[in-house]
Design a protein around this ligand. Sequence first.
Ligand code: 9MR
Length: 350
Amino acid sequence: MRFGTTFNAGGANSGSYLNPSYAALIEADCDIVVPENELKMPSLRPTEATFNFGPADAMLAYAESKGIAMRGHNLLWYRPDSYILPSWVINDKVLAGSDAAAARARAQQIVVDHITGVAAQYGDRIKSWDVVNEAVDPGTGAVRNNVLAQAVGGDTTLLDLAFRTARAKLPNAELVYNDYMDGGTPTHRTGVLDLLKGFKDRGVPVDTLGVQSHIGFYGLTGSDPINSAINYNISNMKPFLDAVVAMGYKIKVTEMDVNDVNVPGTNADRDAATAAFAKAWLDLILSYGNSVKDVLFWGMCDKYSWLQDSAFGSRSDGQPKRPDPYDANFQPKPMRQSIIDAFTATTKRS
Ligand code: 9MR
């Protein structure tokens, strides 16, 4: 089993390898890291003609110097939101034009060129890639709509092409379909299962489902609200994961954190709740034995979590959230022990 985290190329007050306090957590606990934003298409491709590899190159050099693996996130993020694709893609005239055949060819060319360029830069130095990220609409279960999807009529053409291109250019890499999988909406889970089944039916080379695992306490009801929320999510996920593994996919926890946005009480109360949820979640996922060997968190330390952005909800007491294994002072929390306990309890991988 390997444990890891996301990190970034920000400054001294961020979840960066350039922040000595954060780097110390990585070097103490992690076997694997993944750039938070630096390999995303808007970061890498300011213009069609340019690949801005500098920040990710430096991150990979850091990881290699410490003997830590680095995985890649992501090659094709498939959402309609404006920050997902570079503006030269969003504003592309051919993609949005009236010549359907030209739009289709242009979309395919953008996907192939991007993956080919990134693969040429990193080759076997990055052995696992989120090839396609978040392509299933949680509201409908269908493949999401965006400027690329529109150019190919909304089907899975570009998703399949991304995986086939990645396999051709990165024959030794683990190819991952990465999506939320937070125990929440049944429609989303059904949509992901349909997509994974379609990949198998069409012979699309996908190795692994990335179970992001941005889990959390969103609704709290009943006399035992913490345990009810945990049990609800676990019972939703088990049949889903059974089905994924039965299709022959591996599983990987790619972006875990535990959102305590609605958990009342003291820091100790909140940390006990998130530790319990993390333990139950990891016990379930690690029960799939050799199908799962990696667990990555989306941050080691509460201070720099993406969840501190109020756009993702705020606590009613106004306190910062506590979603990660270490607190804002870089001190370990009970959640860190939960991870150790889950790793210790699981069967040895072969
Ligand atoms: O944590 C990331 C944040 O810094 C970025 O602004 C945001 C948009 O690029 O993406 C966040 O990471 C997301 C990841 O790439 C995909 N799954 C959800 C993550 C949290 O939003």
